[in-house]
Ligand binder design. Structure first.
Ligand code: ADP
Ligand code: ADP
Length: 234
């Protein structure tokens, strides 16, 4: 079953056509590696699919646990809410707050969703422990390794039980061994629970551990290892 369906996605920046009509259907439980040369539109596609950016043309439908949402028709506020409540994000850096502890960072999406502090911290602790960070809940980010910081980012992305998790070079700043371990943790936290992962990567080793690879060039999909042919109404 299709969890995310994008048809005819066009996004331009002035004269630059970043995406020139992309069709992409993603099934629940897939881990999709988005690859392609620098400037091919990978980040723009990720940002359109996840409601960070609004495409100029095209339709994007996300199937949440409560039914379909037409992401392209939402306003800025509604997209922000959708991202907070339904989607998970893991970036190379920058989404965590260095002045907060591991636990406070991981619990933040739940606090923003209005969950009480006690329950938010209990749920976030569960994720941190699950990700191998037991005992480090009170540490600030500056006192943790790159791999530990990315595990906190994974915990933060999953505490609200994201339907789809979007990652942009999530292991790009890590050495190969740590990268492999953090990628394993990210895959287990998402597709390991039947959820869906869409990940931009330059790394063929990372892509090889995903169930599907989509390659972009000049704003077009030029290959797809597991294409899903969308029909009208998806
Ligand atoms: P990738 O992630 O594959 O490197 P991007 O999606 O970042 O590709 O960029 C696709 C194209 O859009 C590139 O030509 C890039 O220079 C251009 N682009 C991306 N973001 C902007 C922006 N904010 N303003 C202008 N051009 C942009
Ligand atoms: P890059 O692809 O250049 O390494 P990132 O993927 O880390 O950069 O982030 C790309 C842009 O998206 C940044 O400008 C960042 O501010 C923005 N961004 C990242 N996450 C979110 C989010 N959850 N909501 C809104 N904007 C975001």
């Amino acid at each position: 079953n299709t969890v995310l369906a994008a048809t005819g996605i066009v996004k331009t920046y002035g004269p630059t056509v970043a995406l020139g009509g992309v069709d992409l259907g993603i099934r629940a439980g897939e881990s999709v590696a988005v690859m392609g040369p620098s400037g091919s539109g990978k980040t723009t596609l990720l940002h359109c699919l996840s409601g960070i950016l609004s495409p100029d043309q095209g339709r994007i439908t996300l199937t949440t646990d409560h039914g379909p949402v037409h992401v392209d028709r939402l306003g800025t506020e509604e997209r922000a809410r959708l991202r907070r409540e339904q989607l998970g994000f893991v970036f190379q850096q920058g989404l965590l707050l260095p002045e907060l502890t591991a636990l406070e960072n991981a619990a933040l999406p739940l606090m923003l969703a209005g969950v009480g502090r006690r329950e938010a911290e209990a749920r976030a602790t569960g994720w941190l422990v699950h990700l191998g960070l037991a005992g480090l809940e009170g540490r600030r980010l500056g006192e943790m390794s790159g791999g530990q910081v990315q595990r906190i980012a994974i915990a933060r992305s999953q505490v609200t039980n994201a339907v789809v998790t979007f990652a942009d070079e999530p292991t790009g700043a890590l050495d190969q061994q740590t990268s492999s371990e953090v990628l394993g943790a990210l895959l287990e936290a998402t597709v390991g629970r039947g959820r869906t992962l869409v990940m931009v990567t330059h790394d063929e080793h990372v892509a090889a551990r995903c169930s599907r690879t989509v390659r972009l060039q000049d704003g077009q999909v030029i290959s797809d290892s597991q294409p899903l042919h969308l029909t009208l109404g998806d």
